[in-house]
Write a protein that binds this ligand. Sequence first.
Ligand code: ADP
Ligand code: ZN
Length: 733
Amino acid sequence: MAFPVAIPGVYDYEIPDKFIDRITPGQPVLVEVKRSRIWGVAVEIKAESAVAGKIKLKEIIDIKEGHWADSNRSLLKLYEWIARYYQCPVGRVFRPVAGKAVINKKAKTVTVYRCIDTDGARPVLKDNQRAALEKIRGCPEPLSAALLGTRFGIAASILASLCKKGYLSKEMKTVFRDADELSYSSADDGKVTLSPGQLDCVERVAASLSAPDKPFLLYGVTGSGKTHVYTELAKRVLSAGRGVIILVPEISLTPQTISRFRAAIGDAVTVIHSRMSDGERRDSLQEIVAGRRRAVVGVRSALLCPMDDVGLIVVDEEHDGSYKQSDTDPRYNARDAAAMRGRLQGAAVVLGSATPSLESYYNALTGKYNLLTLNDRFGTARLPAVKIVDMTVEHKEKNWTALSRYLASRLDEELSLRRQAILLLNRRGFSTSLLCKECGYSHTCPNCSVNLRYHKADTVLKCHLCGHEEAALASCPKCGGLKIKYKGTGIQKAEEMIKERFPSARILRMDQDTTRRKGSHAAILDTFANGGADILLGTQMVAKGLNFPNVTLVGVLHADTGLHFPDFRASERTFQLLTQVAGRAGRAELTGEVVIQTYCPGAPAVRFAAEHDYLSFYEHEIKHRKELSYPPFGKMARVIAEGPDEAAAAGFLKKAAKMVININGADTGMIKILGPTVAVLARVDNVYRYSMILKSNSPVPLGDALLEIRKLAAAELPTGCKCVVDVDPQNML
Ligand code: ADP
Ligand code: ZN
């Protein structure tokens, strides 16, 4: 009686006699759904099905035994909690571990060659064959033709004749598809002595390991050495034989972080990230499931991995929005789900950040979390001095470029001293909008309600939402005028300008467009770490987690990029980004300086980031949240209706809102409704979007209302329309 992945609901299946004693909850099972075969996960074994008399149940076709079943079983409760809390069918939650790519993939095998030793007479060998045989005999384990070729230059034809003459035998060997990031090298050798502050954090968490009660929030300024706290804890937990899960925000962070954990913990570590092939993912999960590797470092989906007896879960940079899955069900936040997994599996949970989310810090202050603090950078490293440059003044004094005179002169100095700089501009593409100077026409995406971005290298206009591409404009489509202005500075324009201004500097650009290929992140970071470039220019990708001792100058070209977003977290996000990027400067003996260019020097997010003053920012921001009852005060969910028919989408949401009011009684009820209104991204790829926000002081009525909305959607959603329920939303667009 199982339930298939990716289909809503739970269904009953007949257990054939041959499986009857072998099937357990959590076990992957193969069943037939609508005439196709699909792997699902058994969630409950019933003696008798309630529907058995009424319809003929189909039989389970196959099952996967062993570790998969054991490990999944311990996770069923977590998966069910996620499904309930985030309002999605429980099958969706299994996708990372039971998706068909993972289940169907086979182990990878290669042919390896082994020497046959006998005393019997064998054909004579030529010199080159004998030499090759000696090499092969010297290997501690049998190698593949490819490895023998690259290592010893042994040709395939020689291997073939050695086999034929009876000197070598072939056998199949299973290999582990290692994600390439694991090979990234790091300067850290893993042997460190913890500072008293670090040790104190470790001891406090360690003391709770046998019976963890609530999560720890580790608030430690950038460079305070949080990573060493994590690795020390991980070592202790591993040596006690328990498992460790370490979450990192996103792909750009993984190479350096993984190599640091590798250096410290060793081969117990495997990885899970979004750019792995299905084969690599399968192998990684298999290593975890089988208990061969007891530590995983990965992005959010690693939280769902089938690992037994987890003793420690670390969520590094816990404030990061990428822990929340916003684009598809389950729309879970891995940080919050980590707290739940910790509770269910008896694991200590450590959330770490230099800029904790307001929610987490509030939880720490109100006693829901334990607070650990690291106030100082490790060793002699000091937090860098920050200079704010008011760009309106630059413009008044006729500097119209995106580079202030101060930052330009500082770059000159640092480059002449052969030091490195990081520049941040959080805008992809070349320009942000396209304007005809003659008639004022502004060119937008034909499918979406946004501007197209010019990508100069391929001379195309791209839509960053739907992927629409068109040739760059030679003339205005409206008036035929030739004066097309590319307004706003994107990172490509900035790169061009910096190359012109500093012709001898070697510049690396890191953004979504330069990191499409697998391994390109690691390659860029590697080059920069090895001194292969002077300036690393990037989007928010460069802000987080990176550790380059030779970087003494960090410049933020346009600090206000996200400040005016229609999102209640706009200010918090800007503060976090600025603080994180400022933390990249002067992390070793060299002192650092940070230059923040802004049009809003007085904005709290800018001012407090410049003063490295998290607490004041928190005090300032939490007041606003309270006034408007935004999180952490009360619960919030977002409901989006979208479809090609604008009126239908809008109509459905209105009806849903009315229903909620009927249940609750207008604004006096337990639930406050904002909207429904047209979403900020009103149209994406010809889909119209409407949204409303539900707020409540208590999660229970909110969950009930959302359940009703989902039922309404199941019954009455107009065809072509989609209704998305997003609990604790991070994306407000
Ligand atoms: P955070 O993650 O808090 O920003 P890191 O863990 O990256 O800080 O540490 C910052 C720098 O200080 C790194 O280069 C790290 O190797 C060094 N460091 C931190 N703690 C120690 C220690 N106990 N011994 C030696 N080096 C340390
Ligand atoms: Zn578009």
